[in-house]
Structure formats: C-alpha cells, structure tokens
Design a protein around this ligand. Structure first.
Ligand code: PEP
Length: 247
C-alpha cells in the first residue's frame, strides 16, 4: 500500500518539520506494508529529500518538462527532479491539465521522460462532474488513460492515480459502487494493454481523502493506496490517515 502526499503550491522551509515528523513514522509504516511518500513544491524537494534520507519516506516532484534540459525558462526537467533526490514525479494532475492546458499527449511524453531518467511517474486521470452526470465517466477516463500511458519497458514502473476532478479539494468522494466499477474498468483496460505487467502497476485513489474515508477506500479491489492533497499538509492529518489504514 502507498500513501503519497501532494503538497501542491504549499510549504515554506518551516514545513520541513512536518516532513521530518512523517519520516519518523515511515519505518513502522513500512513494516506494516505501507510506503509513505511526499511530493513537496520544487523549492523544497532537494532539502526535504536530504532531511529524510536514511528513512523509508520517499519524495517526488509535482510535474516535469518533456525535455531533459534546454531553453525552457521556469520549467524543471525529470532529470533535475531525480537529481534533487526524488523517486516519483506526478504527471497529468488535473490542476496542470486545466490550468496549463496540458493534453494527454503531452502527459504521455512527460511520463516517458520520467521513466527514462529512472523516476516512477504518478500518472493522474479523472473525469469532470459533467461527464459523470451523463454516464461518460468511464469512457472518458479510459480514453485519457489510453492517450497518457507511456510505453513500459520490462523494468519500468508506473503508478496510476484516479482522481475525479470534482472530488479534488471539494470534500466530495464518489460512491463506493462507482469507485468499484471505475477501478475494475481501469484494471481491465491495463490488463488488455499490458498483459502480465499489469501486476507491477499500482492504482491509487485521489480526491478529498481524509482519515474519515480512507479505510473504506482502500478496502476496494484494485485500490493500492491514496494520493492525498490537503490532508497531507500537516504531519498530524497525514499520519491520522496512516493510523486508519494500520487499524
Ligand atoms: C490532489 O492534490 O491530488 C488531491 C487529491 O487533493 P485533495 O486530497 O486535497 O482533494
């Protein structure tokens, strides 16, 4: 099981203490089969990775450029994220797709570049509320997955995070029945596309995860953990989610 915190554009140097508190719980979590990770803003990534080195807490970037280096002012390459000590990088988060007009074709290239430099991409997919309301959630999500999924070589790893856009940061969560059906659809798609390699893909849920809903979510078939936004910003709330999973 995986619990990954996405700090988004939150966290100054004072937030490093939260990461250290989380890191102190990471060994006991791992012994219970739960891998913890944090994706801080790029400005904290190297320092945070350094602070938690030697603990099982892994780190990740929140986005990467498709090129390895070059004249792309303000952008950060996958190689730089790896160099800063990260293990993961989020690609295709709905906030990037919406606010930066990222297409699935671009997201696929980002995921491919991440794999090339040895990072594990956390590929986000998810539908708008309007698509769910007209019964098109699964077809939209599978289309997005098909267009965003990179080629996976024999040792490549990837994490797919299903995050309904209308559930991110809203306090809303899909029904367990809708989630079951969505994860079955995603798993079947991956099985057809990847064959046996499907077993190396981990599937996360993201969207308003808290200590109150995590237990029900991770009981569902094919959900291997959660990508947590708001509730990962303090050690107290992130570790309360961990405690629920451990109980
Ligand atoms: C996220 O940022 O990926 C996310 C799921 O946010 P939140 O948990 O705040 O909904």
């Amino acid at each position: 099981m995986l619990l990954i915190g996405n700090w988004k554009m939150n966290g100054l140097a004072t937030a490093l203490g939260e990461a250290e508190t989380i890191a102190a719980a990471a060994e006991a979590a791992l012994q219970q089969g739960i891998q913890l990770a944090l994706c801080p803003p790029a400005t904290l990534l190297r320092t945070l990775s350094h602070h938690v080195a030697g603990t099982p807490l892994l780190t990740g970037g929140q986005d990467c450029h498709v090129e390895h280096f070059g004249a792309y002012t303000g952008d950060i390459s996958a190689a730089m994220i790896k160099d800063a000590g990260a293990h993961y990088v989020i690609v295709g988060h709905s906030e990037r797709r919406q606010n930066h007009h990222e297409t699935s074709m671009l997201v696929q290239r980002k995921a491919q570049t991440a794999i090339e430099v040895g990072l594990v991409p956390i590929l986000c997919i998810g539908e708008h509320r309007s698509q769910r309301d007209v019964g098109q959630a699964e077809s939209y999500v599978l289309g997005q997955l098909q267009a965003s999924l990179p080629e996976l070589g024999s040792n490549a790893q990837i994490i797919i995070a299903y995050e309904p856009i209308w559930a991110v940061g809203t306090g809303l969560v899909p029904s367990l029945a809708d989630l079951s059906s969505m994860y079955q659809a995603i798993f079947s798609f991956l099985e057809t596309r990847l064959g046996n390699k499907v077993n190396s893909v981990r599937l996360l849920y993201g969207g308003s995860v808290t200590q109150n809903n995590i237990s029900d979510l991770v009981k569902l078939n094919h959900i291997d953990g959660a990508l947590v936004g708001g509730a990962s910003l303090t050690a107290a709330s992130f570790l309360s989610i961990l405690n629920e999973v451990c109980n």
